[in-house]
Design a protein around this ligand. Structure first.
Ligand code: NAI
Ligand code: 15L
Length: 272
């Protein structure tokens, strides 16, 4: 993994800091900034030292987000609803939230955003189909739609205002792959950290879309269009194959076996 001898960023903002990945990144991103500003709507454990700042903030609150972004050099945007939910819940956190982040970035002169996008922007492709960053999106959920909107927001803010973004279409970033589908989609925490380091430091990214996956054996996503990032995955789901394949095989028509987005493709409808 590439490391930097000196921290090039004075202050990084990490949204979603109370979440599963936020807790990991709170530790693993420390080498890349003098100070990390940690934010979430949920409680965050107190700052451990003067290299951490803790700010409770609802992404749906435009004024609060504006204040949150003031004084940061780059943003790791991981906050928001992370699973399929009714549209009204997704709207404030993810759709208004991503707009608030970019508007604040524009006002405060932030030059780079790393956006935690998701494989659910292409979730309705069948497993085994090979995609790259230019494949038309096929969102599998309101959640996936919100990430698709976030990617469009990133393109717009680059074209209009020159703010660069790396959108990482994260597969499944968990300690271990939990099922057969995740043998293809798994992203280790170490590889996520390397990908973020590259996304922060690679020059001239414009708006680059990259699939966030480890060096898994059977993959559906071709990352050659994001080669400029220099990301080289170090881990592989293969070491978990025996324990994953001890699980029963899903039925042939189970979305978990059919679609790249798995069970998200069968969520809803809500509110009938
Ligand atoms: P998580 O659900 O554990 O963390 C998300 C955090 O966002 C939570 O702590 C939550 O309190 C916060 N949040 C929700 N609504 C908010 C609001 N209105 N204002 C401020 N904060 C709010 O999810 P996880 O797994 O840590 O994922 C982090 C990011 O990465 C999410 O954006 C998710 O969509 C994305 N992602 C994660 C994947 C994974 O495999 N873990 C896969 C693909 C994308
Ligand atoms: C996601 O986007 C979710 O945030 C996460 O909870 C996982 O379900 C992941 O995708 C996945 O597809 O495995």
């Amino acid at each position: 993994m590439t490391t930097h001898p000196t921290a090039p960023f004075n202050r990084l903002l990490l949204t979603g800091a109370a979440g599963g990945l936020g807790k990991v990144l709170r530790e693993s991103m420390r080498p890349y900034a003098h100070v990390i500003r940690l934010s979430d709507i949920a409680d965050i454990s107190p700052a451990v030292d003067d290299r951490e700042e803790v700010v409770i903030c609802d992404l749906a609150d435009k004024q609060a987000v504006d204040k949150l972004v003031e004084g940061v050099d780059a943003i790791l945007h991981f906050g928001g609803v992370s699973v399929e939910r009714p549209f009204e819940e997704i709207l404030g956190a993810n759709i208004c939230g991503v707009f608030h982040i970019y508007e604040a970035a524009r006002k405060h002169g932030v030059k780079r955003v790393i956006f935690a996008s998701s494989n659910h922007v292409i979730g309705f492709y069948q497993q085994g189909e090979i995609l790259d960053a230019h494949s038309p999106r096929r969102p599998d959920s309101y959640y996936g739609l919100s990430k698709s909107y976030g990617e469009d927001m990133a393109t717009f803010y680059f074209d209009r205002y020159g703010i660069e973004t790396v959108s990482i279409r994260i597969g499944s970033s968990l300690p271990v792959p939990q099922n057969r589908r995740m043998m293809s989609t798994w992203l280790s925490f170490g590889d996520l950290t390397q990908l973020l380091e590259r996304a922060l430091h690679a020059p001239n990214v414009g708006h680059t879309v990259v699939y966030g996956m480890s060096d898994n054996k059977q993959v559906w996503w071709d990352n050659r269009l994001a080669a400029g990032l220099g990301y080289v995955a170090q881990d592989s789901s293969e070491v978990f194959r025996d324990q994953v394949e001890a699980q029963p095989m899903p039925a042939a028509d189970d979305p978990a076996r059919v679609y790249q987005g798995g069970a998200f493709c069968a969520a809803g409808p809500f509110g009938d």
